[in-house]
Design a protein around this ligand. Structure first.
Ligand SMILES: NC(=O)c1ccc[n+]([C@@H]2O[C@H](COP(=O)([O-])OP(=O)(O)OC[C@H]3O[C@@H](n4cnc5c(N)ncnc54)[C@H](OP(=O)(O)O)[C@@H]3O)[C@@H](O)[C@H]2O)c1
Length: 326
């Protein structure tokens, strides 16, 4: 038996509880992993508190990230004892995820744990850091370099935003952080932000184009914030959009695209193809400063995850929450 967070729905009511589960209940898959660490992401918090729209079948073990040790494998690539990680692919949405002592999943979803990273560090990075890296790669694909000018990052106090600041700063970019929490000033400076601006910096003014201030941007908020970011980047700039913490809408005109040659690149970490995944994780393992990474992390046992989830949705958690499973 092992402990698992379990999301159930009965009579339209969604509940999440810690349960004891037997290995026979595990879903199909060719590799069984003893999970040592997972993490709590915005998506996990949505799944655990509301179910919809994240959870696509019940009962569901949440957890879009996992790290652990292979205990059984029918995939020739993996042997018992191998240290592995997995993020996305529907974990915690349509396939039981990482917030449990054991997981069973297709071997093609796994990656060997990147060299030099502990399981705790890998989950500290997790989907948030992986997504931040994909956003940075999108800016690079758009032709941006540190010489292009400052990069704006919103949701700076959260997981993706903080990771993006850290990565960009280490690559030599001038990073402008946007946060709704002025009390995080010292923390964001320690991650590498050169300037910290309030959330209303990205409030709409009604103009199709704003003063061009940034070479590029990383947006985790969506809605007005993403629209204003697109309208405020310089000619030839790129914006990477990955989140919806502020809503699903995009109240935008075509002006930034046809008058400033702005590129808006969507980012999906869930179904990211394996070669790009491996490239992103290799860069994360190589480039992230372990001391700065550690300053973003706080640890919690599996049983505490249920209480932390609403605080993530309320925007009260700073950085990344690593869940120690075993
Ligand atoms: N596309 C993908 O593959 C992918 C992958 C990972 C995450 N995401 C999405 O990216 C977003 C951020 O994820 P995360 O894990 O970083 O979440 P998180 O740790 O909870 O951080 C979200 C941050 O957004 C800001 N925020 C929250 N509500 C806001 C609002 N109403 N208006 C403006 N800012 C708000 C807050 O930062 P401040 O307090 O500093 O302002 C908060 O800390 C989520 O929407 C998540 O679903 C997408």
């Amino acid at each position: 038996m092992f402990e698992a967070l379990m999301i159930r729905r009965a009579d339209g009511v969604v509940t999440t509880r810690l349960e004891q589960v037997g290995p026979d209940a595990l879903p199909e898959g060719d590799v069984t992993v003893q999970v040592s660490h997972s993490s709590l992401n915005y998506k996990d918090a949505l799944a655990m508190t509301r179910g919809a729209p994240v959870v696509r079948r019940f009962p569901m073990v949440p957890g879009i990230d996992l790290a652990g040790r292979v205990v059984q494998s029918h995939d020739p690539v993996y042997q018992p004892g191998d240290q592995v990680i997995a993020t996305g692919w529907g974990l915690g949405e349509s396939h039981w995820g990482g917030l449990a002592g054991m997981a069973r999943l297709p071997g093609r979803w796994l990656l060997p744990r990147p060299g030099g990273l502990s399981a705790r560090q890998a989950m500290g990075i997790g989907t948030a850091g992986f997504t931040a890296m994909l956003c940075v790669m999108a800016l690079e694909d758009g032709g941006l370099t540190p010489a292009s000018g400052p990069i704006i990052v919103n949701g700076a106090g959260g997981g993706v935003g903080g990771m993006a600041i850290m990565l960009l700063a280490q690559l030599g970019y001038e990073v402008v952080a946007v946060t709704g929490r002025p009390q995080l000033h010292a923390y964001l400076t320690s991650l590498g932000a050169a300037e910290i601006l309030p959330r209303d910096t990205l409030s709409p003014t009604g103009k199709a184009l704003e003063t061009a201030r940034w070479a590029g941007g990383i947006d985790v908020v969506g809605n007005d914030a993403l629209a204003t970011m697109c309208a405020s980047v310089m000619h030839g700039g790129t914006v990477a959009a990955c989140g919806l913490a502020g809503g699903m809408n995009l109240p935008l005109t075509v002006a930034p695209f046809i008058l400033r040659n702005v590129r808006l690149q969507g980012i999906d970490s869930v179904m990211c193809p394996r070669p790009r995944r491996m490239a992103a994780w290799a860069r994360l393992a190589r480039d992230l400063d372990p001391t700065r990474l550690d300053s973003m992390l706080h640890d919690a046992p599996l049983a505490d995850a249920i209480g932390i989830a609403p605080r993530i949705l309320a925007g009260h958690i700073r950085g990344r929450t690593v869940i120690t499973v075993a």
